[in-house]
Design a protein around this ligand. Structure first.
Ligand SMILES: [Mg+2]
Ligand SMILES: [Zn+2]
Length: 195
């Protein structure tokens, strides 16, 4: 049976926006993120992380660092009985660095490649699914991938909302203070889709 998914951006949404996370020690999960993920777990939603990490293409860090950061994230969540169903990242950049990472790939947000990959790995009810992020590119991704869109004011969110919104072509359906508030709103207003 198809399940709804919540796709979650990483930096600025599930963790603090600190610039490039070129070492796991720089990675700081927001205190409410585990509760948000657990709420999805407990209500039958897939919780899937979707992140651009072009620092690899730029030569700032290796994919091993990304793996280390994500192992730490999974561990942090586990201690609070929360679980991400999958993590997908894009390490490419269209014009910087060397191949294979310098690539006009189909997976760099707001292109929908990572969502398409998730849709091959899981049976996802896309029309009932959401993308949550702190940048306008996440709103665009939602639109390109056929997902509902929630914008959070953590990370770059508040600045983009206050100063950039006039340039946006599309509006998110939900604007929330943070990931937990967004998830609470999504789960509450989507009871038709959940167990
Ligand atoms: Mg972000
Ligand atoms: Zn890519």
């Amino acid at each position: 049976m198809k399940r709804p998914a919540v796709f979650i951006d990483r930096d600025g949404t599930i963790s603090e926006e600190v610039g490039y996370v070129n070492h796991p020690s720089r990675f700081r999960v927001f205190p409410y993120s585990a509760e948000a993920i657990k709420l999805l777990n407990d209500n039958g939603w897939l919780a899937i992380l979707i992140t651009n990490q072009a620092g690899v293409a730029r030569g700032y860090f290796s994919e091993d660092v990304i793996t280390g950061v994500h192992n730490q994230l999974r561990h942090d969540l586990e201690t609070a009985s929360a679980r991400l169903d999958a993590i997908y990242y894009c390490a490419h950049h269209p014009s910087v660095g060397e191949p294979p990472y310098r690539s006009d790939c189909d997976c760099r947000k707001p292109k929908p490649g990572l969502i398409e990959r998730a849709a091959r790995d899981f049976e996802i009810d896309r029309a009932a699914s959401w993308m949550i992020g702190d940048r306008y590119g996440d709103v665009e991704l939602a639109r390109n991938a056929g997902l509902h869109s929630a914008f959070v004011l953590s990370g770059y969110g508040l600045g983009e909302w206050e100063f950039q919104r006039g340039l946006w072509q599309h509006e998110p359906e939900i604007v929330s203070e943070n990931l937990l508030e967004a998830v609470q709103t999504i789960v509450k207003t989507s009871t038709d889709y959940t167990g």
